[in-house]
Design a protein around this ligand. Structure first.
Ligand code: ADP
Ligand code: ADP
Ligand code: MG
Length: 589
């Protein structure tokens, strides 16, 4: 099957793509490329010449894709003639948590709208206004999904959705947390869930006065309180620390006991791994098409994803596998200290931060972990020189490049102009281009307006800018936020490579354990009580640091014997108990 997709936002009047297509519209006798009522049309039956022309359209505005024949019968929905195509669907199952793994822009929301009955799939026949349910149902093989769609058609189903972009919630709902939750409290369980999610203390605050982590937990509570047949959580771990992530895993799994069907999209692989019964990978091309794989065992699906090859589909989704280091003694090759500190203290309002003694050496990447609001950002800001400690010392003979936790830009112009203005010409070629720009897929964003980037895109460009600056010490505050799983792993590798080859140092704050495992030589561990006090211990070597951190969280990890990735042990399992007795919360090798 050949698919031609036209990306409208890259084809606005007077854009290079617009002018290019206008030139060729109607130029061939068969009218392969047409222009009518201010809209282009590319026939999927176009002649080879026009196809090549369309393919060469500037600004990546046209995608021409050849898909394997097997998919011919699996097209679930197409948004119009040159619109996005969705193949197959996620399969909600009774009493199971189904994970979905893959990038954004591949049709998750479309799929959810279909599964909730709010969008009637057209099976690719976009010209037909409303397709008959019988025909839709017939097109799916007998099984769980077909039965489910029959229920959607006959009785309807109720879906409760925790949306991806929670930062929009304060604009939609202006009242207090308690008012929001009371409104959706279908079963009278407000007390139970506010306690489980530890949000009792913020019930009288309005939504716009909440931190990201608080807002996320309120959004999750609101979803859980609704009575529904299917629960859908789109990126529930964003803004949460690992304690909170583990807590929501348990709560979401609790829905299974109530006989519910649960779908979860998540980019933190350790969390996805421990949370789901089965996993479906979604792959394809952003804004062009998305394909859901069949549900598979979670462990094998994640391993295949990391490996970059899906054996059942015979599809390669990445050139190279993502590898977890094994047996390497880390942190031995590092150089001279470039930053050291001792017994710093800082009071901000009611919050009190203390540090022990620590140092960072060149070619060293220090992972920074700990609960929310224990002072990680505050410490990094002191190092960056944004403010002075009240007491103690910090010596640094280094130039700093700093990526803030909350990224934003007012830059007027394209991503390309933005990179030029921050980094000069150096990002365009050479080592930096191959080590950072390309793996972070920033090269595909160059023509977009900086101010209109999505959260993940803005994060990727901000990381590239931070790493591209000339400095001795790189500070990155929560770089994995908004990135999909693949982009996280690529970012971790890009940070490592940049530090190793330039003999520079980095401090990287993050909550994603896979990310931390790949990026770190050593760990700076924060402990304390969120919002009240924090204490920074280390940097410790990776094993010691992980043991300290994870014993605080009460979680143990083992290594997967095939992929060597860390896997969370089921709480209370034999391995979990044994490792706790041995004090081995995390296997480095
Ligand atoms: P995801 O939830 O995975 O980010 P979506 O299902 O929201 O993906 O969107 C997938 C693609 O479908 C996007 O590129 C979007 O432009 C396109 N799309 C979404 N809704 C519509 C619509 N109503 N009409 C046309 N195209 C749409
Ligand atoms: P972390 O990065 O570990 O989540 P932060 O360093 O951002 O934690 O914050 C630690 C504590 O200090 C939080 O309780 C936060 O609310 C408080 N805090 C940080 N900056 C300020 C500020 N400018 N004014 C008042 N309180 C602040
Ligand atoms: Mg922070």
């Amino acid at each position: 099957m050949r698919v031609a997709v036209l990306l409208d936002e890259r084809c606005k009047p007077n854009s290079p793509a617009y002018n290019y297509l206008l030139k060729y519209a109607g130029s061939c006798g068969a009218e392969c490329i047409q222009f009518e009522e201010n809209k282009f049309r590319i026939l999927e039956t176009a002649c080879p010449v026009c196809f090549t022309r369309a393919k060469l359209c500037p600004g990546d505005a046209v995608k021409i894709i050849n898909l394997p024949k097997e998919l011919d019968t699996d097209l679930t929905h197409r948004y119009g003639e040159n619109g996005f195509g969705l193949f197959r669907l996620p399969v909600p199952r009774e009493e199971q948590v189904i994970g979905i793994l893959g990038p954004n822009g591949m049709g998750k929301s479309t799929a959810i709208n279909i599964l909730s009955g709010s969008l009637r799939p057209n099976l690719g026949e976009w010209a037909i206004e409303i397709k008959d349910w019988d025909e839709i149902i017939e097109s799916f093989p007998r099984g769980e999904l077909r039965d489910y769609l029959t229920t959607v058609a006959e009785e309807g189903v109720k879906i409760a959705v925790k949306p991806q972009y929670i930062d929009k919630l304060p604009k939609i709902f202006e009242g207090k947390v308690s008012e929001l939750l009371e409104r959706v409290d279908d079963r009278g369980e407000i007390e139970k869930y506010t306690k489980l999610l530890a949000i009792e203390g913020i019930m009288e605050r309005t939504l716009d006065k909440l931190s990201g982590g608080e807002l996320q937990r309120v959004a999750i509570a609101a979803t859980l309180l609704k009575e529904a047949d299917v629960y859908f959580f789109d990126e529930p771990s964003s803004y949460l620390d690992i304690y909170e992530r583990m807590r929501i895993v348990k709560i979401i799994q609790g829905l299974v006991e109530r006989g519910k069907r649960i779908l979860v999209i998540e980019h933190d692989l350790a969390i996805l791994d421990v949370m789901c019964d089965l996993l479906q990978i979604v792959y394809g091309e952003r804004a062009a098409y998305g394909i859901f794989t069949q549900p598979r065992n979670t462990r094998t699906a994640i391993n295949a994803y990391l490996d970059g090859y899906l054996p059942e589909e015979n599809v390669r989704i990445r050139d190279k596998p993502i590898q977890f280091l094994r047996g390497r003694v880390r942190g031995e090759e590092v150089g001279q200290p470039i930053l050291s500190w001792g017994d710093m203290e800082k009071k901000i309002g009611d919050f009190h931060l203390k540090t022990e003694k620590g140092k960072v050496r060149s070619a060293e990447v220090v992972g920074v972990v700990g609960p929310n609001a224990t002072g990680k950002t505050t410490m990094v800001k002191m190092i960056a020189g944004e403010f002075e400690p009240d007491s103690g010392w910090c010596t640094m003979d280094a130039k700093v490049s700093y990526k803030q936790q909350h990224v934003s830009t007012n830059f007027e112009g394209s991503v390309q102009n933005w990179l030029d203005s921050e980094l000069g010409m150096k990002w365009r070629s050479g080592e930096f281009h191959t080590q950072v720009i390309r793996p972070l897929q920033v090269d595909q964003l160059l023509d977009l307006q900086a101010r209109r980037l999505s959260g993940g895109e803005l994060q990727a460009v901000s990381i590239a800018i931070c790493l591209g600056k000339e400095a001795d010490l790189y500070l990155l505050d929560e770089p994995s936020a908004h990135l999909d799983a693949n982009a996280r792993m690529e970012t971790a590798k890009a940070i490592r490579r940049t530090m190793e080859s330039n003999e520079k140092a980095a401090l990287v704050i993050d909550h994603d354990i896979y990310f931390i495992d790949i990026v770190s030589d050593s760990l700076l561990v924060f402990e304390g009580e969120g919002g009240k006090k924090g204490n920074a211990v280390g940097p410790l070597n990776l094993r010691k640091g992980m043991n300290k951190f994870l014993s605080d969280v009460d979680v143990t990890f083992r290594r997967d014997h095939d992929s060597h990735r860390p896997r969370i042990n089921k709480p209370g399992s034999r391995k979990d108990r044994e490792q706790k007795i041995d004090g081995e919360h995390f296997y480095v090798e």
